[in-house]
Ligand binder design. Structure first.
Ligand code: 26V
Length: 837
């Protein structure tokens, strides 16, 4: 549908590539046109949100032209394409990102200035797409940016949740969740495609038939139907040459199916049915802890898989008569096990719908699929009870049993009579509640399994699935995560980006390794000066945000020590709090002043049902209240908790961070990606030997990072030998004793002195499963070294510059290049853009 005047259309499409041909007056015309004809408003009467929408629609025009060009290019050349399946995409806002990648930022700024409209205000008018919980969903978003920037033929597939991740209020220090109805006014970035809706059968029963050739021919009967309606979101790469698509599905009821019930006269039942169907894509699950047996979640996962595979097969069949080339034209990637039903679904399509022999279908399935593991936490490893699967997806359960039968026969042929091993490797966990192990299913059904950092992959091989590693060592590989430098440096930190570009040119934007050219400037006084000024203005901006949201005044000259991420025991926000309490007690009881003033900045959401995580938020806010109000430590230490951590807040925090806290217990954080964003923006890391933080040290050099604490192997041995006794640390070290006692004394919660007693007990009496006390002494010492280092601004700035210069490895472009070459076997379909101009 085009509601543009023809001459304007010509003007917009005449220039093929970005570095847009558009002039300020033409862009202004388009914005006004949309205000009038898409929104039906006079320009002068538009609300803030309408201003945003009009601008977004004008940008969308430019995106659509390029999206159609990109699809034409793919159709003409028929390259192998990757299909990235993810239950989560934590996109954040898109307007500034799209303008920036289209190289239209300045143009838009000028246009809005001419209209007398504040650019930043328009950007803030956008609701964020928070269709993800944290690391896994944000990684998917960074990967989409890199795929498009590198001209890779790739599609994202996901669900169009009506409610994204809940919004967080802090009420009396406690987290309160509020719904995030982000689609309430629609999204200008989504193009609905009702014509391509998918029909998805669910429930029902299997009828065991025999076909004419005497072959077993099961029939899936009496199913119910839901419909998945695709919504396409254009994903523009830097430079604008490639615009790929993220296709997200909304669940709708089937008009035909509902009509049957209406016709039978049961009006209420029909309406109920309709509501139930539309509930399926209502809400993102807000936790990474598996909620056993949640039927709605299983149906969500299947909706994604079923719709995506139909879409892929439909597109493939347009230009191929047989499935012989399927695996050489189609790569399907599973972002964690959440879409692992794709193994059974692809088999079902090939065997049941296209009459392929099992063996051939299996070969195609394995060759097509690949899988990334993102967590080792047992509570986050998916298992679906056999009874639920049988009820919701009877045919898929049958297929999974058949896969398992054949797989175990293979295992038995390699290790005869090893029953223990068969039990461990089986796709089915036996026991009171039989369940399908989704990690095993994803692994068996794919040709590649990767971890997200070197250490994580090592642990996957040696502890998570060692039997599988022994059987198929060649399937395992590592792909260290990365983040997009477009969002996380160019857009989030424009001052630093400008300084870098004016010093070494702009190639770094698409080739982050080029940042190495900054190394010679690390000691250069002029560059250092400029670097410090950039950081100071980012910090000043953050002080304003802190004041607005927390009513705490902080100085930009203090050390900004930042711990932002989901609240999880394994991430050990509690270790940070212990250290803060120690510092505070030293000041007020021992009269020792710290070398530098510090602001401890926390942010992060707790899963609504995760009691301990919510208590930790209350602890942080309580400790903050006491410390911030204590005149004895004025100007020396402040503790703030910024509510509602989300992508846009991260964009403001990252450039203003001096010290980045990455202090998970060794062996628990698969990779981390925040760690990369901070280092890339010149924060120094204080961290453990965990995830990708180790690789950050390898890159930036030991002298430019502060690592501390036990390593994975040491923790493993202490666990195995039962030699970790938190009480020993408590008795041996008076500082530790003193700070631990505050949890029992009620110092930080005078109105309810026993509120944090559980921490005292969990650490001292219940074994401290996350080894806080084992790492606390070295953490305190290391924080002391951090403070000493910060006292020397020149030395500190040199380290910070070297962090920026040496973190090129952590671009998601590098990660995607590795996936493309080593897992997907796909190639760019256009030459990479150049960053000049
Ligand atoms: C599990 C589940 C279970 C069912 C309910 C919904 C749900 C949602 C998420 C998850 C798994 C989350 C795993 C995850 O986010 N892992 C993080 O992945 C990042 C990207 O690879 C990595 O940097 C982080 O270290 C890792 O914790």
């Amino acid at each position: 549908m085009s509601n543009r005047r023809p001459e304007q259309q010509a003007r917009l499409t005449s220039k093929k590539h970005s570095d847009v041909a558009l002039t300020v007056p033409a862009f202004l015309d388009t914005i006004r046109y949309h205000a009038r004809y898409s929104l039906g408003k006079r320009w002068g009467l538009c609300s803030g949100r309408e201003l945003f929408t009009a601008v977004a629609l004008a940008v969308r025009d430019a995106l659509i032209d390029r999206m159609l060009e990109t699809e034409d290019r793919y159709q003409q050349t028929d390259p192998k394409r990757v299909h990235y399946l993810s239950m989560e995409y934590l996109l954040g806002r898109s307007l500034k990102n799209n303008l920036s990648n289209l190289r239209m930022l300045d143009l838009c700024r000028d246009a809005l200035r001419k209209m007398g409209v504040d650019f930043e205000e328009v950007m803030e008018g956008e609701c964020e797409a928070a269709l993800g919980n944290g690391g896994l969903g944000r990684l998917a978003a960074c990967f989409l940016d890199s795929l498009a920037t590198m001209g890779m033929p790739g599609y994202g597939y996901g669900l169009n949740y009506e409610y994204g991740l809940f919004k967080q209020d802090i009420d009396n220090g406690y987290q309160k969740e509020k719904p995030d109805n982000w689609l309430i006014h629609g999204s200008p970035w989504q193009i609905e495609r009702p014509d391509e809706a998918c029909i998805v059968p669910l429930y029902g029963r299997i009828e065991h038939g025999i076909d004419r050739a005497g072959q077993y021919n099961p029939m899936w009967m009496d199913w119910k139907i839901i419909v998945g309606v695709p919504h396409d979101m254009p994903i523009v790469g830097f430079g604008g040459q490639t615009v790929n698509v993220l296709r997200v599905y909304s669940a709708r009821s089937s008009a035909e199916f509902d009509m049957q019930i209406f016709n039978e006269g049961d009006y209420l039942k029909a309406v109920e049915q309709q509501i139930a169907s539309e509930t399926i894509s209502k809400v993102l699950y807000p936790s990474d802890l598996v909620e056993a047996g949640r039927e709605l979640r299983l149906v969500q996962e299947y909706l994604l898989v079923a719709c995506t595979l139909r879409d892929i097969v439909r597109r493939y069949e347009k230009s191929h008569a047989t499935f012989d080339q399927f695996a050489s034209k189609v790569a399907i990637h599973l972002n964690d096990t959440h879409p692992a039903l794709a193994v059974a679904e692809l088999m079902r399509i090939l065997v049941d719908e296209h009459a392929q022999p099992w063996e051939k279908a299996w070969e195609t399935t394995q060759a097509t699929l690949s899988y990334t593991n993102h967590t080792l936490m047992p509570e986050a490893l998916e298992k679906w009870s056999v009874s639920l699967l049988e009820y919701v997806l009877p045919r898929h359960l049958q297929i999974i049993y058949e896969v398992n039968h054949r797989f175990l026969a293979q295992v038995a042929s390699v290790w005869p009579d090893d029953h223990e091993r068969l039990r461990r490797m089986s796709l089915i966990e036996e026991g009171e509640q039989k369940a399908v192990r989704m990690v095993n299913l994803a692994l068996v059904g794919s040709h590649s399994t990767n971890g997200v950092s070197a250490l994580h992959t090592q642990i996957v091989k040696t502890s998570l699935v060692p039997d599988f590693y022994q059987l198929w060592p060649e399937k395992f590989n590592t792909k260290t995560n990365g983040v997009t430098p477009r969002r996380w440096l160019l857009q989030a930190n424009p001052l630093l980006a400008d300084l870098i570009t004016s010093t070494i040119g702009s190639d770094w934007i698409t080739d982050l390794g080029k940042l190495r050219a900054l190394e010679p400037y690390a000691q250069d006084p002029d560059f250092q000066q400029a670097f410090m000024m950039v950081r100071r203005s980012s910090k000043t901006l953050l002080t304003q945000i802190i004041y607005d949201r927390c009513r705490v005044a902080v100085s930009p000259d203090a050390l900004f020590d930042v711990h932002v991420k989901r609240i999880h025991e394994y991430k050990r926000q509690l270790l940070n709090v212990m250290q803060i309490i120690h510092q505070y007690l030293r000041m007020i009881q021992d009269g020792i002043t710290p070398p530098v003033p510090r602001v401890y900045i926390f942010a992060g959401k707790a899963a609504p049902g995760y009691w301990a995580a919510k208590q930790i938020i209350k602890l942080i806010t309580s400790v903050g209240q006491v410390i911030n109000a204590d005149p004895r430590v004025q100007g020396l230490i402040k503790v703030v908790f910024l509510p509602d951590y989300r992508v846009s807040l991260a964009e403001q925090i990252v450039p203003a961070t001096d010290v980045s806290e990455q202090i998970s217990m060794a062996g628990t954080e698969a990779s981390g990606t925040g760690n990369m964003k901070f280092a890339m923006n010149g924060a120094l890391t204080i961290g453990t030997h965990d995830g990708a933080t180790i690789e950050i040290m390898d890159e930036v050099g030991q002298e430019n990072i502060f690592l501390f604490g036990l390593q994975v192997e040491e923790i493993r041995q202490m666990r195995a030998g039962g030699s970790y006794h938190p009480r020993t640390y408590y008795h041996r070290n008076p500082d530790i004793r003193r700070l631990m006692d505050t949890f029992a004394s009620g110092l930080f919660c005078p109105d309810e002195p026993s509120r944090f007693r559980w921490i005292y007990e969990s650490v001292l009496d219940r074994g401290d499963p996350y080894f806080h006390l084992a790492d606390l002494e070295s953490y305190i010492e290391t924080q002391e070294r951090v403070a000493q280092a910060f006292k020397d601004p020149v030395g500190w700035t040199c380290k910070a510059i070297l962090n920026v210069a040496r973190t090129g490895k952590f671009s998601s472009d590098r990660a995607i290049a590795e996936y493309a070459r080593e897992i997907w076997n796909i190639k760019p379909s256009s030459s990479p853009p150049d960053a000049t101009g």
